[in-house]
Design a protein around this ligand. Structure first.
Ligand code: SF4
Length: 411
């Protein structure tokens, strides 16, 4: 879709479902695999990317970001990452200065790999650390110690990466406010220069994981307001960790631009901002979701089904049947649904949701649709009007209960 001769922004996500070992809390579609399975999967990814590029509708789009997520994309052969990026450049119009991020785990990087990533055009690295405390790392089932992370971080800087994210986790079993503070400080003081971006997400006890068996009763007790919840930090302690993250990182020059994300000015993750502001995206690989031209679809999670369908596609180049096999859920995003998403994704960002953009996008004013809810939230001190930006945003109190506030915007 091209408007006024300008291409429409498009984001791409590539799912790499492989990890050295499964972490104890993780319910992502990921796990260990052998070299042959990985090679077969990459072949399927290349076929899907080329097929998507042949669809007429992508011709008016310009790729503004590519995100290799997982899983652990850095577990793949470097030549595979190069092939995937080459394939994307062949199939799509890649914008100049597109942000290209690769998620990597400590213990899976080498100087040669990092040099090759830079050569291939990757300009942002996201490192999964989670904690600087080795006891917490081992409890999480991570494959690395803090020292291994430090070694990887130094390699990343030596290779010349100047846009780096580090992920941390809060509310871990046995984690205290003090140990969380140490993790924050360790990351904010990394040498030779601290990371440009830090993400802080709370642990969620997901069904089907070893953590669920061990902690779900404690998690339920916590949700019911009980203060003694065994090893899991209380809700109050978790809130304090977030306050601590905000103030400590602010002192070190990081701005909280989204509920869980902090960045130095100019280093906000463009890929994520695109997602929160409704930019179209295409996802490749199992379990990847896409949102384009008013439709959302999600690929199947079964690697065998996916690779077989893509092998068929390679043979007869008939896109539709292969995509029908792979795409499991397809949803037409109605105007109501799009308005809801505009609100509850946009409100995650500290700059809030713009009235002007709402009007431009939906042809109706935000107040007409959400007036009573906005007034109620303002009265209760959970949201406020930003007169300079002409936008509505969450207050600090609103951020504390963001799940409750955001749920109110469902139509
Ligand atoms: S490395 Fe990440 S994706 Fe892989 S198992 Fe651990 S948390 Fe899950």
């Amino acid at each position: 879709m091209m408007s006024g001769g300008r291409r429409t922004p498009l984001e791409l996500y590539v799912h790499v479902p492989f990890c050295v070992r499964k972490c104890a809390y993780c319910d992502f579609v990921s796990g260990p695999a052998g070299p042959e399975e990985m090679a077969e999967y990459v072949k399927a990814l290349l076929a899907e990317i080329q097929a998507a590029g042949r669809m007429e509708k992508v011709s008016g789009y310009e790729v503004v970001s590519v995100f290799f997520g997982g899983g652990t994309p850095s577990i793949l052969e470097t030549s595979d990452i190069e092939k995937i990026l080459k394939s994307i450049r062949r199939a799509f119009f890649m914008g100049e200065g597109a942000e290209i991020t690769l998620e990597a785990n400590p213990g899976t990087l080498t100087p040669d790999k990092l040099t090759a990533y830079r050569r291939a055009g990757i300009n942002r690295l996201s490192l999964g650390l989670q904690s600087s405390n080795d006891r917490e790392l081992s409890l999480l089932g991570r494959i690395h110690s803090f020292d291994m992370f430090l070694e990887s971080y130094r390699m990343v800087r030596d290779a010349g990466f100047s846009n780096v994210n580090v992920d941390l986790m809060a509310a871990l079993p046995g984690q205290t406010e003090e140990s969380f503070r140490k993790s924050l400080e360790a990351v904010a003081e990394l040498l030779p220069v601290p990371p440009e971006h830090i993400s802080v997400y709370s642990l969620i006890i997901e069904e089907g994981t070893p953590f669920y068996a061990a902690y779900h009763e404690q998690a339920e007790a916590r949700a019911a307001g009980e203060s003694d919840t065994g090893l899991l930090p209380s809700e109050e302690a978790e809130r304090n960790m977030y306050y601590m993250a905000r103030s400590l990182l602010k002192e070190r020059g990081y701005d909280r631009y989204e509920i869980s994300n902090f960045a130095r000015l100019g280093y906000e993750c463009r890929h994520n901002i695109g997602y929160w502001t409704g930019v179209s995206y295409l996802g490749f690989g199992i379990s990847a979701s896409s949102y384009m031209e008013g439709k959302r679809f999600i690929n199947c999670e079964d690697r065998k089904v996916y690779t077989e369908a893509m092998a068929e596609l390679e043979k007869n180049r008939d896109i539709e049947p292969a995509l029908r096999t792979v795409r499991r859920e397809e949803e037409i995003v109605t105007k109501d649904r799009a308005m809801e998403e505009f609100m509850f994704l946009g409100l995650r960002m500290m700059c809030g949701v713009s009235e002007k953009r709402f009007m431009e996008r939906f042809g109706v004013s935000m107040r007409e649709i959400y007036g009573p809810i906005l007034e109620k939230m303002e009265r209760n001190g959970l949201m406020e009007w930003d007169g300079i930006r002409a936008s509505w945003k969450l207050t600090d109190a609103g951020i504390d209960v963001s799940n409750y506030v955001l749920a109110d915007f469902l139509l």
